[in-house]
Ligand binder design. Structure first.
Ligand code: GDP
Ligand code: MG
Length: 438
């Protein structure tokens, strides 16, 4: 950690209102996080500018550092930006409801159609699928296989008819069969081209769909703006489905597309298996995009329970090696208020790799016994556990109604914690920038 950054970080500790400097420092982190999530650079700039404006001058909440406060604002803005509208599909007043899925080749249109159909079927609807991708030889068969798998009828006329004609006849078949939802599977291309757009427009003007949903692979990076804007200009999209979120993608495309088109993201695809489609949760997406994911939940929980001043005092004690058994007990009490220790540790960057945590048990019974053991010690013993020889240990075991073995365990845990905290403050330094937020 460079000393200038360190200085900046220590300044961040001061309370009061967020200064331009606080915000600028934290926003640098946020910008990097958004870049790593592959959010389009122009979108990042707009977003960062907007949040910067909003954040300067905001009061820093009691339990947060200024850096955390900024991240909290970013998170809220991000959630709001991607949220707002309902994930619901707009149903036609007079059935059938017609839904058309569009997107580049391989985005996941056909798979998503099957997932959507399954969701509708489970809600007592009677969907019909129309196979209007006549270019890829296997496309029709793929839809038929999926249809059979979920027991939903598929309308097709092979590859020889125009897509528009297939849709025309498919809609008639839907009426005849009493289908109340029609899902149109369209062709894609590797890149946007005029032929494709024209064909999709033709289908659209014929079918007058209630929904035109753009299917986008979550891996789509900087290009997502162009793809989304073009489809939106030509087809007036009503929503977006982001697929392949089961993979590594941080999903910056969600923010990019939402900013570029204003279209709501209605669902997300989470695997190749045909399962009902999952609704889009803006808050989860925001933390995924920020990639500080769980630091955010930690902020929220810490806000509710932990007294940050106390935590800082404790940290200081660790540094000065004046950490006592009383502090140990208090620390457990605080951590217990947060929830299961192993989960908390997982949320802190770097901590999930810490060894020795497996031995720390925070179960209620265990805690009460530990409490009894520590309170059975004299003040001197608690302040300086090194004096705990065998006879003192026996006395404490008797006094607390426990065994010498348990007394030993508590003392060992205390020692381990003391070591761990020493190590942790070392990691904290190495974590560098991350620390600005924690
Ligand atoms: P289309 O060309 O847009 O119709 O795309 P397909 O539906 O044929 O999907 C292309 C590939 O992506 C197939 O191998 C699918 O199994 C896969 N796929 C689709 N959706 C998802 C998803 O949500 N997660 C994952 N991991 N794979 C998906
Ligand atoms: Mg397809």
């Amino acid at each position: 950690l460079s000393s200038s950054l360190q200085k900046a970080l220590s300044k961040l500790r001061s309370k009061g209102k967020l200064t331009e400097e606080d915000v600028a420092l934290a926003m640098r982190e946020v910008r990097l996080a958004l870049l790593a999530a592959d959010v389009n650079v122009k979108v990042i700039k707009q977003f960062v500018d907007r949040v910067r404006e909003r954040a300067v001058g905001v009061d820093v909440q009691n339990s947060l550092t200024p850096g955390q406060q900024v991240v909290k604002i970013v998170y809220e803005e991000l959630t709001e930006l991607m949220g707002g509208e309902q994930a619901k599909i707009k149903m036609a007043a007079k059935p059938p409801t017609v839904i058309m899925l569009v997107g580049l080749q391989g985005a996941g249109k056909t798979t998503t159609i099957a997932k959507l159909a399954l969701s509708f079927k489970q809600h007592e609807h009677r969907p019909l699928l129309i196979a209007a991708d006549v270019y890829r030889p296997a496309a029709i068969q793929q839809l038929e296989v999926l249809g059979t798998q979920i027991d939903v009828p598929v309308f097709q006329l092979g590859q020889s008819q125009l897509p528009k004609e297939i849709v025309r006849q498919g809609l008639r078949a839907a009426q005849a069969q009493g289908a109340d939802i029609v899902l149109v599977d369209t062709a894609g291309r590797l890149h946007i081209d005029e032929d494709l757009m024209k064909e999709l427009e033709d289908i659209q003007s014929l079918a007058e769909p209630d929904e035109v949903l753009l299917v986008v692979d979550a891996m789509t990076g900087q290009d997502a703006v162009h793809v989304a804007e073009t489809f939106h200009q030509r087809l007036s999209l009503t929503g977006v489905i982001l697929t392949k979120l089961d993979g590594d993608a941080r999903g910056g495309a969600a923010l990019t597309i939402r900013s570029a088109t204003g279209c709501p993201i209605k669902y997300v695809g989470l695997g190749e298996k045909i399962e009902p489609l999952q609704p889009f949760h803006p808050d989860r997406m925001a933390s995924r995009i920020l990639g500080m994911g769980d630091v955010l939940s930690l902020i929220e929980r810490a806000e509710q329970t932990v007294d940050m001043e106390k935590a800082r005092e404790m940290e200081q004690k660790m540094r000065n090696a004046s950490f006592t058994l009383d502090d140990f007990r208090e620390m457990f009490q605080q951590v217990r208020n947060l929830g299961p220790l192993d989960q908390i540790m997982k949320m802190i960057p770097g901590m999930n790799k810490m060894k020795g945590l497996e031995n720390v048990d925070l179960g209620d019974k265990r805690f009460l016994r530990m409490d009894a053991i520590i309170t059975s010690m004299t003040k001197e013993e608690r302040a300086n556990p090194d004096v705990m020889n065998a006879s003192r240990r026996r006395r404490v075991a008797m006094g607390s109604g426990t065994t010498v073995r348990e007394v030993n365990q508590v003392l060992n845990q205390f020692e381990q914690t003391r070591q761990m905290m020493k190590k942790f403050s070392g990691i904290g330094k190495k974590m560098g920038r991350r620390n600005a937020l924690s």
